[in-house]
Design a protein around this ligand. Structure first.
Ligand SMILES: Cc1cc2nc3c(=O)[nH]c(=O)nc-3n(C[C@H](O)[C@H](O)[C@H](O)COP(=O)(O)O)c2cc1C
Length: 163
């Protein structure tokens, strides 16, 4: 798949087959995450990858709309040191991870972290140091479903020269 095809076919996947995701693939996905754009090149991110079923279940339980984390092959917990642009940086890394997962034939979904009441519980469960914020949780696995895109058309949102 070329980059444009990856971008155009990525969808949030919330149902996974049971087989594990090889570590080498996860490492490559994290490699793509750490190469994201980042304000002042601060790279404030850290990535905790949960693969043990019990940990995946506990993360799933803590979230409100992330119960499917329990069935994933792995879950990347994106943490950022609380810098001025931590949320933008962590979000850029999150999107890179979603796209890299797609490029590897995997499904993934952005599960909210920042601003959620459960953010502190997730940070404490994964042992995040003080001063780190939870940006997102990204369950990854071999997809069962291939959801259809529900997107606004380009003709509705593209404004040449002025709005
Ligand atoms: C900041 C953010 C938080 C999100 N949180 C959740 C979530 O907690 N649970 C979930 O199932 N999906 C979550 N999503 C995924 C969106 O629901 C999804 O991206 C949207 O419905 C568009 O679908 P698509 O990703 O297939 O294009 C989140 C996405 C973003 C960007």
């Amino acid at each position: 798949m070329d980059a444009i095809e990856v971008l155009k076919t990525r969808r949030s996947v919330r149902e996974f087959r049971s087989e594990p995701v090889p570590r080498k693939i996860i490492e490559d996905i994290i490699d793509c995450g750490r190469l994201a754009a980042t304000a002042n090149n601060l790279q404030p991110w850290e990535f905790v990858v949960a693969t043990e079923r019990e940990m995946l279940r506990r993360l799933a339980e803590i979230t409100d709309y992330g119960k499917f984390i329990a069935q994933a092959g792995a879950c990347v917990v994106v943490l950022c040191k609380e810098t001025k642009y931590y949320l933008e940086d962590g979000s850029a890394a999150t999107e890179n991870i979603l796209l890299a997962a797609r490029a590897h034939g995997l499904g993934a979904c952005w599960v909210a972290g920042d601003k959620k009441q459960y953010a502190a519980s997730v940070c404490s469960l994964v042992g995040a140091p003080r001063g780190y914020k939870l940006v997102s949780l990204i369950p990854i696995g071999y997809p069962v479903e291939t959801p259809e895109p529900i997107k606004r058309p380009v003709s509705e949102l593209l404004h040449w020269e002025k709005y």
